[in-house]
Write a protein that binds this ligand. Structure first.
Ligand SMILES: [Zn+2]
Length: 353
């Protein structure tokens, strides 16, 4: 393999302060496999000449957005790839002038776009499908996007190391069918490294099967999931991974023995009408850690005086933590939502000294 054959190099910043950034290399052939996967997915959701609005990084050649764009062109459609939303009104203009039948983006971005369209009384029925990626997708987010845009919502799982595409859910909506023709997935016990029993939760490790530029063997993703043992009602023979709720790191252990992660908070706070994102900070008081939540809405005046008690049953982990005083909750803050590109920096609980 000569360096001339390398088409794309991605440098990944890792979340730790001591870990060095990783570099992932791809040949044209490696990227072709991803384009093929994206084409197959998009061909099922669109008709010829339809458009897809792609809200993922597309300004670098062969980035996720660029590969999706190429996939749309391959199937006779058209991709519109402005990248992650930073200018609200600009993206809304694109949405309503092009009327794409598919939107692909991060959950918070698509949620905010849908809520904005709804607030402006725009009839958004032309969007038939939203594909969400790069973050946990709470059922609350799925139902609100489905309501505001009048579309079906699909979850995609993938990362740079899998060549961006990894797996996507199906009409049964119970987990992702993985891209087994190109990727070999396994579940291991994250502490011992030994294979998990069938159906048992553990860390996802992945081995790309045909990668030329940079073979990865049993690459540890830090994402926690399990294989769903039963055949899928949709009839697909491809293995199914349960939706990834947690990463092995980035969770907070509480004194009542439970572990709190951002998805536990998503399941509650995205249920509050008008909330399109929130900031979570935990003070590390050894006695009773205090959780501070700042809710973000397009119009913060609509989310004053929220009665959080009625939403608590949607997150057994948080409800139990408050009941057992393993955690206390500060009064909720509110602020205006602004678009932030969270593609590279995952949403997380911020730990305060
Ligand atoms: Zn299925």
């Amino acid at each position: 393999m000569s360096l001339d054959e390398i088409t794309r190099i991605v440098t990944l910043e890792t979340s730790g302060t001591t870990a060095r950034p990783k570099r992932i290399f791809f040949t044209r052939q490696d990227l072709e496999a991803t384009i093929e996967f994206f084409s197959r997915v998009l061909a099922q959701l669109t008709r010829p000449a339809e458009k897809a609005l792609i809200l993922l990084p597309a300004n670098t050649p062969s980035g996720a957005g660029d590969l999706l764009n190429t996939a749309m062109a391959r199937i006779g459609g058209q991709g519109i790839a402005p990248g992650p939303v930073t200018d609200f009104s600009h993206t809304l203009d694109i949405l309503f002038s092009h009327e794409p039948s598919v939107i692909i983006g991060m959950p918070v971005q698509v949620l905010a776009l849908g809520e904005s369209a709804k607030a402006k009384n725009k009839p958004a029925g032309f969007v038939r499908h939203a594909i969400l990626t790069a973050d946990y997708v709470s059922p609350a987010v799925t139902s609100r996007i489905s309501d505001s845009l009048g579309c079906r919502v699909w979850e995609h799982y993938g990362m740079t190391e899998t060549g961006f595409g990894g797996g996507i859910d199906c009409p049964a909506h119970g987990g992702y069918h993985v891209r087994e023709t190109d990727l070999f997935f396994e579940i291991i016990d994250p502490d011992t490294g030994s294979p998990a029993l069938p159906g048992q939760w553990g860390e996802i490790v992945v081995t790309p099967l045909n990668r030329r530029a940079m073979p990865l063997i049993r690459y540890r993703t830090r994402d926690m999931s399990r294989f769903l043992p039963d055949p899928c009602p949709c009839g697909s023979p491809f293995k199914r991974l349960a939706p990834v709720r947690h990463r092995y790191s980035g969770r907070v252990s509480l004194s009542n023995g439970s572990v709190l992660g951002m998805p536990d908070l998503d399941d509650i706070f995205f249920r509050i009408p008008g909330v399109v994102d929130f900031h979570a900070a935990l003070s590390q008081d050894p006695k009773t850690p205090r959780l501070g939540i700042t809710l973000k809405a397009l119009d913060p005046s609509q989310i004053q005086n929220v009665d959080i008690q009625k939403f608590l049953p949607h997150s057994p982990v948080l409800e139990k933590a408050l009941e057992t005083e393993a955690l206390c909750l500060s009064p909720l803050g509110t602020e205006a939502f602004e678009f932030v590109d969270t593609y590279r920096s995952k949403r997380k609980i911020h730990l305060q000294a």
